[in-house]
Design a protein around this ligand. Structure first.
Ligand code: ATP
Length: 475
């Protein structure tokens, strides 16, 4: 794996070292213990040693969502696993392999499955004296196609233990691609490019950078002069990602589209049970795993969040000096975890997505009666108005809706299609999980949005007018 990509901070990652909770609100924030002198004179070293003896965890890594788990701990993804296996199996006979698109909400096993299968392919190829290259990057970091190509070069170089052979800046993207192809020709019999979070590669221009990256890499079969099998596999949270591609990218990339849906409570329970040995034998009260699974399936269906919640509950139990993780620990962890995470997540999303969420929140906020379900039509008009005011690019209504609905996977909102009343059509609505004003304030902490604080009156007027029109069914 690309070392740069592995250090990219996943916007959704609950990596506690990066969390920005208010002081005292993060149940895992041990930094306060080292600075507050309320410890009765116990040294940091003593504290560290006290924590490591006893406690509820036996192998905490198993409940860290960034731990790469063994294959035998994977449950509940038989269909997707089967399809990925079938697609990549021809590598072992030196036959061609298809491009793939793994799509679906966060934490549903997309990265886990592709990497688990690739690991086996690499090992089987090795046993046939062949080298299969898994060149994987996370697209959240690079921002441009050029940087993404460089990271692929670096991923290959690191894998092979050679120098990248091109500088990161000062040479063209074509030169970097040529170096990538050269490494492939010289060292690999087959290659899979894995572009995780492909939709994050938006770049600074109106046309998103993932278009050119996909276009360039999908032509590698023709241009690289490489005889072996190649697959371009992209991973995204968007179910409709293909629709976002421009025609050039679409015509060169025809992936097998494999969808990963949310986990239900039973699946989450099985996933968590397979990690039970993260805890000391009697450290989990009987109702803890079912409760974490139920809460998880109710709010998101995301295995990463469920695993994190279980770990957080364990950390809370240790904090209070208990030997058992209880239902209360889970509930307390859930409260603290969701309370902060949504806003933390919003502050980390791209400018366009912030703009879209701001428009929804403003539409909810500037109404006289508090709207539980905010109609997408007026919210989109508000979005257009704010984009105009800020002199920002405006995207289509479809993209706006995608940007907003995507946030449901992070618990920021729910969306639904519902009737406006008898014979008045079905419309898309959003329901925010946080107070709209708090969301707006969070977004205005980004300096690009701070001036919106002076636009309350105008935005309020636009919202009222659009909502009145919506009620009168003018759109
Ligand atoms: N079927 C499963 N069995 C066991 N663990 C799972 C399963 N699915 C997901 N997990 C765990 O949940 C976490 C998130 O999974 P993964 O990274 O594959 O999700 P993803 O769909 O790629 O999410 P994102 O879109 O946010 O990147 C990982 O720790 C992974 O080990």
């Amino acid at each position: 794996m690309d070392d740069e990509s592995s250090t990219d901070q996943d916007a959704d990652s609950p990596d506690t070292s990066q969390m920005t909770f208010g002081k005292g609100s993060d149940p895992t924030d041990s930094s306060q213990e080292t600075t507050n002198d309320d410890s009765g004179g116990i040294s940091i070293r003593d504290r560290l040693q006290t924590e490591s003896s006893g406690g509820v965890f036996a192998n905490k890594d198993l409940v860290r969502s960034d731990t790469i788990i063994d294959e035998d701990r994977i449950v509940g993804r038989d269909d997707q696993l089967g399809r990925v296996v079938d697609n990549l199996k021809p590598v072992l006979q030196d036959e061609g392999i298809p491009d793939m698109l793994l799509s679906g909400p966060s934490g549903t096993g997309k990265s886990l499955i592709i990497h688990a299968v690739c690991k086996q392919i690499v090992e089987l190829c090795e046993s046939q004296d062949k080298t299969f290259g898994v060149l994987s990057i996370n697209c959240e970091g690079p921002k441009t196609a050029d940087r993404a190509v460089y990271r692929l070069v670096k991923a290959a170089a690191d894998d092979l233990g050679v120098e990248p052979g091109v500088p990161q800046t000062g040479v063209s993207t074509d030169q970097k691609l040529e170096r990538l192809y050269e490494l492939m020709r010289e060292h690999y019999e087959g290659v899979i490019f894995i572009l995780d979070e492909i939709d994050m590669l938006e770049g600074p221009y109106q046309e998103a950078e993932y278009n050119s990256l996909i276009y360039q890499l999908s032509r590698a079969r023709k241009l690289a002069d490489f005889d072996g099998p190649i697959s371009l596999t992209a991973i995204t949270n968007y179910a409709d990602f293909m629709k976002e591609l421009n025609s050039r990218a679409q015509s060169s990339y025809n992936p097998d589209d494999i969808f990963f849906d949310d986990y239900d409570a039973n699946q989450l329970r099985s996933i968590l049970k397979m990690r039970r040995d993260a805890f000391e034998p009697d450290a989990l009260a009987g109702d803890v795993i079912p409760l974490v699974a139920a809460l998880g399936s109710h709010t998101h269906g995301d295995a990463r969040k469920a695993i994190d919640l279980l770990r957080w509950a364990g950390e809370l139990a240790e904090r209070r000096g208990g030997n058992t993780v209880t239902e209360n620990d889970v509930r307390e962890a859930q409260e603290k975890y969701t309370e902060n995470r949504r806003l933390r997540h919003i502050s980390g999303i791209s400018t366009q997505k912030k703009l879209a969420i701001y428009a929804v929140a403003a539409t909810g906020h500037y109404t006289k009666e508090r709207l539980e379900w905010i109609p997408a039509g007026p919210a989109f008009k508000t979005y257009q108005f704010i984009a105009d005011t800020m002199d920002m690019d405006q995207y289509s209504r479809e993209t706006f809706v995608n940007h907003v609905t995507e946030q449901s996977t992070y618990g920021v909102l729910e969306f639904d299609r519902r009737g406006k009343g008898r014979g008045r059509g079905v419309h898309m609505y959003f329901s925010l999980s946080e107070d709209p004003e708090t969301i707006m304030e969070t977004i205005r902490e980004d300096s690009r949005f701070e001036d919106l604080a002076h636009e309350n009156a105008t935005i309020g007027a636009v919202v009222s007018e659009r909502l009145t029109r919506f009620r009168n069914q003018n759109y």
